[in-house]
Design a protein around this ligand. Structure first.
Ligand SMILES: [Cu+2]
Length: 498
């Protein structure tokens, strides 16, 4: 049997196609508005899918019913299974009082449908509708979510329930597993707080850049010395997997010997999540939906906001278990799901795994990555409590704002670019690039290759390099996926030049 669920051969072909695209003529000049591509124009007739955005009750647990914005009245939104290369038409209805954006995270689509106003995607008007059509690609685990600024309004943006999974079936390879299980991790009942308790010490390598640390710490000290409080953070009252708090949803029922393929999404607005299943290991096949060079077993998972992991668990340790977050407090408030073997009974058990660190390079290959045509240096910094008590975030000293939407970086179609990211803050930032994927090339001093992603966690005071090929013309948004950070400046635009 073929043990690689994802087609390595197709992946390499795709990479080859990217490398060859430099022969195509460049399009979309600097300063011009984004052109909706003809190919993306809406079709007539009934849609393939309908997504309705509306405020609905969601039952997280018995007697714990919240009211939040949902897709089709459910959380998570419906799993959309597309076929790679087969056009889909989707009607989006917005039954709320706010303009909405629906972003196709991880897909190579045009700016007209990507779902980011900064790139020129039209809003779905309050009580309005929009029909979109696009060709899903690339294959693998993607997702869709709202893409509006919430700022201080914790009922808006990704603080609500506007998150749903997408799976784009590859053209071949049914894969070697018995069952697929999709899990969306998500907190509800957000509140503002001062200071958080987010885990910070799980990334490997742990090396920090001393000059980044000095500059971040002295900026923070200066702010506190002036009497500023710490900037606002967000905490949550309830934690769920697939919209249910631990113990209140259907358990995942398994049989001994089964190979279960988990597709796990961190749908959080702001939090980094972890997941472990006592007595079992995860064999990671894909990160952010893209096959990794070599399937790799790990004892637990870490996911920044918007990251996805596809991993096989061989069910070879019968019992009734809690698959849950490593943070006891978050698990006790719901971040877990029961895994129950056939014929086993009793109270679900949690056993903390031995401490482990998360290193993307474990999933990388041994090859060296291609030399980029150009390097963009990016420095991320925090201005403590500088925007009405919220932290203000800058990229190269510029905080993005709706009044200041000029592209910061310009790329040419077909060229390969390195983003040399330097984080002068103590927070971990899950950094996302729209409409493209990137290859991880250096993580806190460690070289790697072959890991293709669309989100990468950049550790506090650390440096990370990623490379991407400019192969999807149009304005392209780059931002931290932490909602509080992206809402307060942590964004930049790339544009294509002739
Ligand atoms: Cu961030």
């Amino acid at each position: 049997m073929n043990h690689s669920f994802f087609s390595r051969r197709r992946f390499l072909q795709a990479a080859g196609a990217v490398a060859g695209s430099s022969l195509l003529p460049p399009v979309a000049g600097w300063g011009q508005p984004a052109h909706p591509q003809q190919a993306e124009a809406a079709t007539s007739g009934p849609p393939d899918y309908t997504l309705t955005i509306a405020v609905k009750p969601v039952e997280l647990a018995p007697n714990r019913i919240i009211s939040t914005t949902t897709y089709n009245g459910q959380f998570p939104g419906p799993l959309l299974r597309f076929k790679e290369g087969q056009r889909v038409t989707i009607d989006i209805h917005n039954q709320t009082d706010r303009p909405e954006q629906l972003h196709w995270h991880g897909q190579f689509v045009s700016t007209d449908v990507d779902g980011a106003a900064e790139e020129g995607t039209p809003f779905i008007a309050p009580h309005g509708s929009r029909r979109i059509s696009f060709v899903p690609k690339p294959s693998g685990y993607r997702f869709y979510h709202t893409h509006v600024h919430a700022k201080a309004d914790l009922s808006a943006g990704q603080y609500g329930g506007l998150v749903g999974p997408v799976y784009i079936e590859p053209r071949d390879h049914p894969g070697d597993f018995d069952r697929e299980v999709f899990l969306t991790l998500k907190e509800f009942e957000p509140t503002l707080s001062r200071g958080g308790d987010m885990a910070m010490d799980f990334l490997s390598p742990a090396a920090v850049v001393p000059s980044l640390k000095d500059s971040g710490e002295s900026a923070m000290k200066a702010s506190l010395a002036k009497g500023s409080p710490h900037g606002f953070e967000v905490g949550y009252g309830s934690f769920t997997i697939n919209g249910r708090m631990l113990g209140h949803g259907e358990p995942i029922r398994v049989r001994r010997g089964e190979r279960v393929l988990f597709h796990i999404l961190n749908g959080s607005a702001t939090e980094i999540r972890s997941l472990a299943l006592p007595g079992h290991t995860f064999t990671v096949l894909a990160l952010d939906g893209n096959a990794i060079p070599k399937p790799t077993p790990v004892s637990g998972l870490w996911l920044g906001t918007a990251e996805r992991i596809s991993a096989i668990v061989e069910m070879n340790h019968p019992g009734v278990w809690i698959m849950g977050d490593l943070a006891d407090d978050d698990r006790h408030h719901g971040m877990g799901i029961v895994v129950e073997y056939a014929g086993e009974k009793g109270k679900p058990q949690w056993i903390a795994p031995r401490p482990f660190r998360w290193n993307y390079a474990h999933f990388g290959g041994t090859g060296t990555s291609q030399t980029p045509d150009q390097v963009f240096d990016m420095r991320f910094a925090k201005q403590n409590a500088a925007s009405d008590g919220f932290n203000l975030w800058t990229i190269n000293d510029v905080a993005f704002s709706e009044e200041r939407m000029q592209p910061m970086f310009r790329v040419e179609k077909g060229k390969r670019y390195r983003l040399r990211m330097q984080n002068a803050s103590d927070d971990i930032h899950p950094i996302h690039l729209h409409r493209h994927s990137f290859e991880l090339t250096r993580l806190a001093g460690q070289a790697t290759s072959g890991v293709m992603k669309d989100v990468v966690m950049v550790g506090g005071y650390q440096a990370v390099d990623v490379d991407f090929t400019a192969d999807n013309p149009g304005l392209t948004l780059f931002h931290c996926h932490q909602q509080l950070h992206m809402d307060f400046g942590f964004m930049a635009l790339f544009d294509y030049i002739e």
